[in-house]
Design a protein around this ligand. Sequence first.
Ligand code: G6P
Length: 475
Amino acid sequence: DDPTRPTGTGAAVLLASNRGPVSYAFDAHGELTAKRGGGGLVSGLSAIGPEVDAVWVCAALSDADREAARRSGAELDPADTGGRRVHMLGIDPRTQHEAYNDIANSVLWFAHHMLWQTPLEPAFGPEFRARWASFESYNRAFAQALAAQAAEGAAVLVQDYHLVLVPGMLRALRPDLRIAHFSHTPWAPLDYYRLLPDDVAEQVLRGILGADHAGFLTRRWADAFTACADALVGGTGRTEVAVHGLGADADFLRDRAHQEDVDERIAALRREIGGEGRRTIVRVDRTELSKNIVRGLHAYRRLLTDRPDWRGQVVHLAFAYPSRQDLEVYRAYTAEVERVAQDINDEFGTADWTPVLLKVDDDFPRSLAAYRLADVALVNPIRDGMNLVAKEVPVVSDAGVALVLSREAGAYEELGADAVVVNPYDVSATAEALHTALTQDPEARSARTKRLAEAATALPPAKWFMEQLEALGGA
Ligand code: G6P
């Protein structure tokens, strides 16, 4: 039997992403428990309503995921997925590890976020070649699964840097399909992108150019991709390159942010903040090098050093939940975040004032609680495809929030006009921006928050998705 032959009952719409909408863990009794997946991609795609009958193909990312995938067979138990049809691929652990950690996260993510910083990285030696072969087989596993499940002429929406080879592979298997690829990250500028080995740089571009439609979050990233394609593979050919911005899901957020568990967490945070009328500077990120959490802490330290009036008057809530901890560089970064936060508390803290409240566990209702009470939101990535936190905070803010926003985040294109904009490398300027934000006139702040919320919700995830489906020629 040809595994890529379409089945008669195949799906008309398919999504493919590394991380799916659900992840599994073993509880204390060894039973499988399901949890909603995280990150911008999953938040965006999760808003797609049940009116779209799509099959979502994703990878098993842990032993618990693999066990759930093995038990469920073709599709996961709908009770775990909120009724969605999810097919979790159990790729062998070593291939999965090399594809996800060593190539997608260490090479491609680092290229697009311009994160290579040591004299030893990157080194494209023989180990790299073995890992690249794993990345190819992981992409091939997705292409084959999609080919087997797609109905004649189906629309397939492939997501992100993990799956850049899929469109080309899938087109070779199933020329009848309509294929889109979407990048949730920035795209590297040509001079940085070409640090990849020539054949790899070309293979990635040709992989995406196997799609009919290649989508990006902003014009800046789309233009960078086109520049790379023009220089390295003679242009974008028959692929349409387009921009589809992704905004916050206002209805979901406003509803979720006013449930009881969030109110409880607001009360708990207020107790921890202490003091009458203390201001709050809030950040919420994965512990991710590109989020620039350490420079954000240094900027806060500079604020307390240069402007001693703020001592005892402000608390920095820094929520940095663990991410990609299989990688040494992420573990070291997490430790650095903890060390700098502790240094600040040692240097400035008093009996009744803790300057930094750092939380490294993932608690979504607590993040929403912090969004609601934030006076200032600090979003200072050195580079970011979009950054949904910048868009979510103004939507749920109780009393108005001043947004300190990096000009290197995709969200800057839509929110820059009403934010306090920073160069993320400039720690002194970021400290000054925090001061400016903390002293913003309340009326002006409310008016800006309203405009930010409007801009942030102009492109709801469902619209983002439908636009792409339409671009493929019909829903
Ligand atoms: C970014 C990427 C997503 C990814 C998310 C979380 O938003 O664009 O593809 O899922 O980060 O990262 P993780 O490695 O935990 O999936």
